[in-house]
Design a protein. Structure first.
Length: 303
């Protein structure tokens, strides 16, 4: 069961954020001149509570949001959420907090760059590849792509993490987008400095030169048909530690359920993904590596 302290901590941070978000939104809103009366009835379950419930779901051990909400929240969390609504109404409210979830993640829950970062993409399947033509929920949205274990139907989640396992930035693209394309956009790596380690899928001379101008040194392994070159020992070791981001992807999928095929709308898919990333940021222990630069000669070259 989730501890009361953890529920209170997450709700307090989310509620403080939403108060500031609402004030900014209200100050930039244009008032309507219409004299027609509009229904503006507030929900008994406020937006902060909806966001908190979604975040807690990914750390609850439940695999189904419906069972989690009906069998756990409405039964065992009445003290924390006394004014719950029906599940159908909760699904409707879930769509209204997508933008606040995204802003909360970007502004409050991302880590800080340490100069050593890792990048990778992971597939988010929304349907079995054999049912791609029958699938209707993500029709004309999800695409067919290929990863290391074969073809899949869905999207790609691109992640950049630091050596402490904290997410520095993320980007969602269709499955058929090349892994190097997001790095060509400055907004994706504008918070990154120092060295960025990736797999062979990020090999590109033009991309390397572009990012080097932006203050990021892209380091990748070489292919078998490429000439070998001298590399710093620290970089060689960091490339071997690139499995760190694979561990993060594994925790996001198996512990936070960032990927499943039970979505019934694109909006709820986005809300599920954002809530899962926020939940991961609250993990007290994240995959990490030791600071290699403190124990070896940084200027030592190795082939």
């Amino acid at each position: 069961m989730l501890s009361t302290d953890k529920i209170t901590e997450i709700y307090h941070e989310v509620d403080e954020f939403f108060k500031a978000y609402s004030n900014v939104l209200q100050s930039h809103s244009i008032e309507s001149d219409s004299t027609k009366k509009k229904r503006n009835r507030k929900s008994t379950l406020n937006a902060s509570e909806v966001m908190t419930i979604l975040i807690l779901f990914h750390d609850s051990g439940f695999r189904c949001l419906k069972h989690y909400y009906i069998d756990y929240v409405k039964v065992h969390m009445q003290k924390e959420f006394p004014k719950t609504v029906s599940y159908n109404r909760f699904v409707e409210l879930q769509k209204t907090v997508i933008v606040p979830l995204g802003i909360f993640l970007k502004s409050n829950r991302l880590g800080k760059c340490t100069g050593v970062s890792f990048i990778d993409s992971t597939p988010l399947r929304v349907s079995h590849i054999k049912r791609e033509k029958q699938h209707k929920t993500f029709k004309n949205i999800a695409t067919k792509g290929q990863c290391s274990i074969g073809w899949f139907m869905g999207f790609k989640l691109h992640l950049i993490i630091n050596d402490k396992g904290e997410i520095l930035d993320f980007l969602l693209t269709p499955a058929n987008v090349d892994d190097r394309k997001p790095l060509k956009e400055l907004n994706f790596h504008k918070r990154i400095f120092g060295k960025l380690f990736g797999d062979k899928g990020y090999i590109s001379k033009d991309l390397f030169e572009q990012m080097f101008v932006d203050g990021v040194h892209l380091v990748t392994k070489i292919k078998k048909n490429m000439k070998n070159s001298m590399m710093l020992l620290a970089d060689k070791i960091h490339l071997k530690k690139r499995a760190l981001i694979e561990t993060v992807n594994d925790e996001l999928k198996n512990m936070c359920q960032v990927e499943h095929t039970r979505h019934r709308s694109f909006n709820n898919f986005i809300a599920n993904m954002l809530a899962a990333l926020i939940t991961y940021s609250y993990f007290p222990k994240k995959p990490s590596i030791n600071n290699i630069n403190d124990i070896i000669d940084q200027n030592r070259l190795i082939a």
